[in-house]
Design a protein. Structure first.
Length: 657
């Protein structure tokens, strides 16, 4: 006889609850299930998670709410519930007493696979999604490193969502009030507003040349009502008990009479030792005041900094730590962002200065303006609120560089909590690292860059987008050589797609461009049709914001084009056999259907080429991504010639060297 007893002293902490092994196959040979005792302490919530197993909870003591997906049930002693495979679940105990259970779990792969088949990725897409991108700082032009981060990837997601019939809107702008704009203006001997306007206009033109068209552009320096709206939101923040006015020591340059912060300060990060500007380290992502940098100097004149006391508004981030933890429990976030934020939370969040001694930005009086990053966060909330008022509720996905994780995953949520605007926060964070040119980061100041305008003019937007999506710095630093940057139009997917599409001209034996209807089917035809639908489902899964992968998408799309080319190669001979005329019609109909599928699946990546294929097939509007693919009607006429890619259109001149 084997016995086990519920014993709190024998429990360990896992899944954010107490667990104790009960009985499993390691105890009893052939036992088809595992089991544990579990206990969720009062006023806590277990980890939200899913697994391939089926699971059953048997309640021993206490009361709590068991959540499975969108369903909730309060359970008490003697009650039992079943949790299906891959269902995200948690236990929320709002009572004083612990919630004690027995969990019995078992693996039945056919059931798990059936759950996945009944819930294709497309069903998880929201009806309306707002895709936010951090506004680029208008202190210079965009290089390929900029485009490779959030901008083209976010546009890829927006197009993919729209092709499924969902509403998706792209929101970005220019970060006009950044200290980097003011610093650039000082170095150029001009006004910050002039720099922000001229460089901002050039940035917007570059994004459009790359096929990135924003639905909402926030341009603070060109919006006379921006300051009023932001001050209204700031008033809501300052009404919170977590904001107070304090006097603290601040880095200062006596030569320039400058309060040193962000772009005006340069030194070494106190945490990782990397070269860093004030307030944030790009290398490790940690925040810190400019005065905390090692060897901090003025960026304008290179004078060694001193300190002086300055009085300003400060936000107690740590006062909202528990709210932030709760928010991040349900928000989708990449591992690198989650690691950084959880480490900061465990160490204790530092206070954040909301006002800077500067003349540039939203003025607050007494020689101070709103901190640029607080301005950016409130601008985000202002845009999200406006979108909700104009178009209704939406799921928000935010693309951002990992180096800005603190600002978007800590400062932004805390400001939203303080202002009572938490409902407008992102549901998903999609991060990126850096694209390097060779072995070093792109650098405007050192001229170590390939300018986006030059690349777009040389290779065209489709080729540039494809190259950057293929090497997207997702979860890692990626690299592009100068040689490859000069040969972007030679991407293997781009060349293979063009060769396959060019081959349609030879299929039109009669020269009338008519698409045949299907006839008799072979096993090969059936499996190719299955491939069209399965590939679509696989690619649908990669455009879920929670699982987004531009690199994976390009790789799978390239495999799809190779599969289409192989299908043609093996079918061409069979089409010449007189007794297989009926099968030949099906073969040709499938080829034209594959072109339709390609246009819809490739539109997020290479929109120009995909749109030409769509129009060549005689289809209206923008490419539409069907859940189950329907054939082109028999007798449809395709325009001639086949949709080869034209020469790239000139992009706006960068004026860079």
């Amino acid at each position: 006889m084997i016995t086990r007893a519920f014993d709190r002293s024998a429990m360990s902490w896992s899944y954010e609850m107490h667990l104790q092994p009960m009985l499993s196959a390691s105890d009893i040979e052939g036992l088809p299930f595992g089991s544990v005792f579990g206990s969720v302490p009062g006023h806590t919530v277990s980890k939200r998670h899913a697994h391939q197993d089926g699971e059953m909870f048997i309640v021993l003591a206490g009361r709590a709410t068991v959540v499975l997906g969108d369903e909730e049930r309060e359970l008490g002693p003697g009650q039992v519930c079943y949790l299906s495979p891959f269902g995200f679940h948690e236990i929320r105990n709002d009572h004083d007493e612990p919630f004690d259970i027995v969990s019995v779990y078992w693996e039945h792969i056919p059931s798990a696979v059936a759950v996945l088949e009944k819930a294709p990725p497309r069903d998880r897409l929201a009806d309306r999604t707002l895709v936010f991108c951090p506004p680029p700082t208008p202190n210079g032009g965009l290089h390929l490193g900029h485009l490779a981060g959030p901008y083209v990837r976010a546009d890829m997601l927006v197009r993919a969502l729209r092709s499924t019939g969902r509403e998706a809107r792209y929101v970005t702008g220019t970060d006009d009030h950044q200290s980097y704009v003011a610093a650039a203006a000082r170095l150029r001997g001009t006004a910050p507003a002039d720099v922000a306007t001229a460089e901002g206009d050039a940035i917007v033109a570059t994004l459009r040349a790359a096929g990135v068209d924003a639905d909402r552009l926030t341009r603070p320096a060109k919006d006379p009502e921006h300051a009023g709206r932001i001050r209204e939101l700031l008033a809501r923040v300052t009404a919170s008990p977590s904001v107070r006015e304090e006097e603290r020591e601040t880095a200062y340059c006596p030569s320039c009479d400058l309060s040193l912060h962000q772009a005006f300060a340069r030194g070494a990060c106190a945490h990782c030792g990397a070269s860093s500007d004030g307030e944030i380290c790009e290398a490790c992502g940690r925040p810190g005041e400019a005065r905390e940098l090692t060897g901090v100097r003025c960026r304008i004149c290179d004078t060694e900094a001193v300190t002086r006391p300055e009085r300003a508004l400060w936000l107690d981030l740590n006062a909202h730590a528990e709210e932030l933890r709760e928010y991040l429990r349900t928000a989708a976030a990449s591992p690198d962002l989650r690691i950084l934020v959880e480490r900061l939370l465990d160490e204790g969040l530092p206070p954040y200065r909301l006002a800077r001694t500067t003349e540039w930005g939203v003025g607050l009086g007494e020689g101070q303006a709103l901190d640029a990053w607080a301005d950016l966060a409130l601008t985000f909330l202002d845009a999200a609120r406006a979108e909700a008022e104009e178009g209704g509720p939406a799921r928000i996905a935010l693309f951002l560089g990992y180096d800005n994780s603190f600002y978007y995953a800590v400062l932004l949520p805390v400001l939203a909590f303080a202002a009572g605007l938490g409902e407008h926060l992102p549901a998903a964070f999609v991060t990126n690292r850096f694209l390097h040119l060779g072995d070093e980061k792109f650098s405007t100041s050192r001229g170590h860059a390939v300018w986006a305008d030059d690349a777009l003019a040389a290779a065209g937007p489709d080729a540039v987008r494809l190259a950057l999506l293929r090497d997207a710095p997702e979860g890692r630093v990626t690299r592009i050589t100068e040689e490859r940057a000069g040969r972007l139009a030679e991407d293997p997917l781009y060349l293979a797609a063009r060769a396959w599409l060019d081959g349609f001209a030879a299929l039109d034996k009669n020269g009338d461009g008519l698409v045949p209807g299907t006839g008799a089917w072979t096993d090969a035809h059936r499996e190719f049709y299955r491939c069209l639908n399965l590939t679509t489902r696989q690619l649908d899964g990669l455009v879920l914001p929670e699982a987004f992968s531009a690199r994976g998408y390009v790789d799978l799309l390239e495999s799809f084009v190779k599969r289409c080319a192989e299908f043609r190669a093996t079918e061409e001979t069979a089409r010449e056999v007189p007794s297989l005329a009926e099968e030949a019609r099906t073969s040709l109909a499938l080829e034209y259907l594959a072109a339709k599928v390609f246009a819809a699946l490739a539109w997020p990546v290479v929109p120009g080429l995909a749109q030409r294929v769509w129009e060549w097939l005689g289809l209206p509007g923008e490419p539409v991504r069907e859940a189950d693919w329907s054939f082109l009607p028999s007798g449809s006429r395709c325009a001639a010639p086949a949709p080869v890619a034209p020469a790239p259109a000139p992009a706006p001149a960068s004026g860079r060297s």
